[in-house]
Design a protein. Structure first.
Length: 395
């Protein structure tokens, strides 16, 4: 009898468990009894419909209590199609989900090169990759209603969709087609916010009832990739005994790039330090810096270009110091755990800076037209600045 009542009530828990005149405490008690039954019968698809009464007696959050009873080995899907830096900023969340329930297996629907960075994480599920085209109809105002649900999402216990407003619409449509809770997570705060994006994400999960703590995860490159990088460095820096200094001047947004004339001066200074080689990398968004990369070679800088993200992470792990602009690669360096110096300009480091015990942030001011205002015919000038003093102190 109760099972039949629960099946009916699951479509409208508040109406059935909280009839008119019921106190909030009584509602919470009856909702908890119902929800517990549904959870243990693997009917957690109705979890998202549960109302939450905060500050009622000792009941802080009904969802938080139910989460503690979710059966193990749930398939948790993360959909994230953003840039590298945005993707790496969710890593503490993934670690937190795993720690909250070590049986959780996270299935990543992200850019393949981003997901590859987490291949060594034990909580990341192995298996066939998602098919991006299966998600396309869910962005169409009509096609999503009849489209086949993506196979990658089948049998999911919970789905989190990270992104902007368009991703919120995606989450809403998936939630109407799938028998599990689908949550939209806003990837980053509004422009006027001064809250670090990590805490912005963390607070969203806490409001959903997930008990996630603070953590600073690390990315450990695979031994295979490290071996390949060591071979490369032995071949190209055979006479050096010190570990390289790695410089990544680029960024996904040109306005965030420290002016090239300053990079030129810094690279000349680093190259004069004969005890360690200097390596520079470029990313897919750095096509406008190709000419600059060609010229720095005459300063003795080794350019490491056209590589995969797992190989880049391995290279970072073999360096003594990383210096970069506000970019995803700077976040990668911080997660790998080496001393990391990041030069911020127009963006707010209080919101966007990489997190880690070895991260050093320098903020300067420049205008976007200054970024590419540089000539290889101009001899490097001395660079006496807080950044230079910091870098030299870390070498």
């Amino acid at each position: 009898m109760f099972a039949q009542w629960a099946k009916t009530a699951s479509f409208n828990l508040k109406q059935h468990a909280c009839p008119a005149g019921s106190s909030k405490t009584a509602c919470n008690r009856r909702l908890w009894q119902l929800a517990s039954s549904l959870v243990h019968r693997n009917k957690i698809r109705w979890f998202q419909r549960l109302p939450v009464f905060s500050s009622v007696g000792q009941t802080r959050s009904l969802r938080a209590n139910i989460l503690r009873t979710i059966p193990p080995n749930l398939k948790t899907v993360i959909i994230h199609q953003g840039a590298l830096g945005d993707f790496l900023l969710i890593l503490p969340i993934l670690e937190g989900l795993s720690r909250s329930n070590p049986s959780i297996r996270i299935h990543l629907w992200a850019r393949a090169e981003h997901a590859a960075l987490l291949a060594e994480k034990p909580y990341v599920a192995k298996g066939p990759p998602p098919v991006d085209s299966e998600l396309v109809p869910f962005f169409h105002d009509e096609l999503w209603k009849e489209a086949k649900t993506p196979r990658f999402l089948h049998n999911a216990g919970t789905i989190f969709v990270f992104g902007k407003a368009t991703s919120q619409l995606l989450a809403e449509r998936l939630s109407r087609r799938l028998p599990c809770p689908v949550q939209w997570i806003q990837s980053f705060p509004d422009q006027e916010s001064k809250q670090h994006v990590h805490h912005f994400l963390l607070n969203q999960f806490r409001r959903l009832g997930w008990t996630l703590g603070e953590n600073l995860p690390e990315l450990k490159p695979s031994l295979h990739e490290i071996s390949r990088v060591k071979d490369f460095l032995r071949e190209h820096t055979p006479t050096s005994s010190g570990r390289p200094v790695l410089v990544h001047p680029g960024s996904g947004g040109l306005r965030k790039v420290w002016p090239l004339k300053k990079w030129w001066n810094l690279l000349a200074l680093l190259s004069a330090c004969k005890h360690c080689p200097v390596v520079m990398t470029l990313g897919p968004a750095d096509k406008r810096l190709k000419g600059f990369a060609k010229e720095v070679k005459r300063l003795g800088v080794l350019v490491f270009d056209e590589t995969t993200l797992p190989r880049l992470a391995a290279l970072i792990s073999q360096c003594s110091l990383f210096i970069g602009s506000d970019s995803g690669v700077s976040h990668l360096a911080a997660l790998v755990g080496i001393p990391t110096v990041v030069v911020f300009g127009p963006t707010n480091p209080n919101v966007w800076a990489p997190r880690g015990p070895h991260v050093h942030v320098i903020q300067e001011s420049w205008e976007e037209p200054e970024v590419l205002d540089w000539s290889p015919d101009v001899e490097p000038a001395s660079l006496d600045s807080p950044l230079t003093r910091l870098v030299m102190g870390l070498l």
